[in-house]
Design a protein around this ligand. Structure first.
Ligand SMILES: [Zn+2]
Length: 282
């Protein structure tokens, strides 16, 4: 998590790099992860009551921060394949000196219950969602140069449907997007490693990540971009639809849009004890 925070500092606005870790509210971060992965939310599967509670929690945090949005009540509604509805929760902080946008994403849905067992999804992806909320709090206090669109996405587990809806109905011209950062499963690793996926395609960001990695107790690993002998995580989470778009019509637009996703392995199952991992990394 510390790696991530330095990484954001370097990428987003080049603020003095020691300020972030001093200002992040560890207690709030932990509370966010705890609530989102609690029994009450029952794994946050899309269309369930637990998912709605998670959405309402994210909305209430955005309201507390007085963050703006292009969507009424922060909700971007989208239709699911079976005729039901998903909800992305969108916040926005205008940049102080740029109309370019950094899209920061983390999915808040998870698997819900299977065979009577709750899959709490503390790591996947209460960790990314909590980080999104705490970055929003930070950047409300420390206004970024570029605008930041904070997207807590729904229905990732159903096939990246929230991200696809966001791409399809993006509230600004897509050419304004400078960078996409997706956070998925960032609170756990037995190997103490954190993956940054996408630098094969967007090598201009590697040096910032390397700097961040050197300052962190977590080992930052590059790759899993689908190269020879590598795993391919380029479509493994909500960055996928944005990455794929590059290969279609808007080449000139998408060339300037890097996708960096940070994934900690393993796993899709959860354990509420994971929630202490992000905090212990500070
Ligand atoms: Zn995930």
């Amino acid at each position: 998590m510390k790696t991530i925070t330095y990484f954001f500092l370097l990428l987003f606005c080049y603020l003095p790099s020691l300020t972030w870790s001093q200002k992040i509210d560890k207690q709030t971060l932990l509370q966010d992860v705890q609530y989102l992965s609690s029994d009450k939310l029952a794994g946050r599967a899309t269309t369930t009551e637990g998912n709605e509670l998670a959405a309402n929690y994210i909305i209430s945090r955005f309201e507390e921060l007085e963050i703006t949005s292009q969507y009424p009540d922060y909700i971007q509604h989208f239709t699911l394949s079976e005729g039901t509805e998903g909800r992305n929760i969108i916040g926005f902080i205008p940049g102080t000196s740029s109309s370019q946008i950094i899209l920061l994403m983390a999915h808040y849905d998870h698997l819900g219950k299977k065979d009577g067992k709750i899959y709490h999804g503390a790591d996947d992806n209460a960790s990314g969602t909590a980080t999104l909320l705490n970055l929003a709090a930070y950047f409300m206090e420390n206004k970024p140069s570029h605008s930041i669109l904070f997207a807590a996405t729904d229905a990732e587990e159903m096939g990246l449907l929230g991200a696809k809806a966001l791409l399809h109905d993006f509230p600004f011209p897509l050419k304004q997007i400078k960078l996409v950062v997706n956070m998925d499963m960032i609170s756990r690793s037995e190997e103490n490693t954190l993956y940054a996926v996408g630098t094969t395609f967007y090598p201009q960001f590697k040096r910032y990540l390397e700097k961040a990695g050197k300052r962190s107790p977590v080992e930052l690993v590059f790759g899993n971009d689908g190269g020879k002998g590598e795993l391919d995580w380029t479509n493994a989470s909500d960055h996928g639809p944005f990455h794929k778009k590059k290969f279609h019509s808007f080449i000139s637009v998408w060339q300037i849009m890097p996708i960096i996703t940070s994934l900690l392995i393993p796993s899709r199952t959860s354990n509420r004890h994971f929630i202490y991992k992000p905090v212990s990394l500070y």
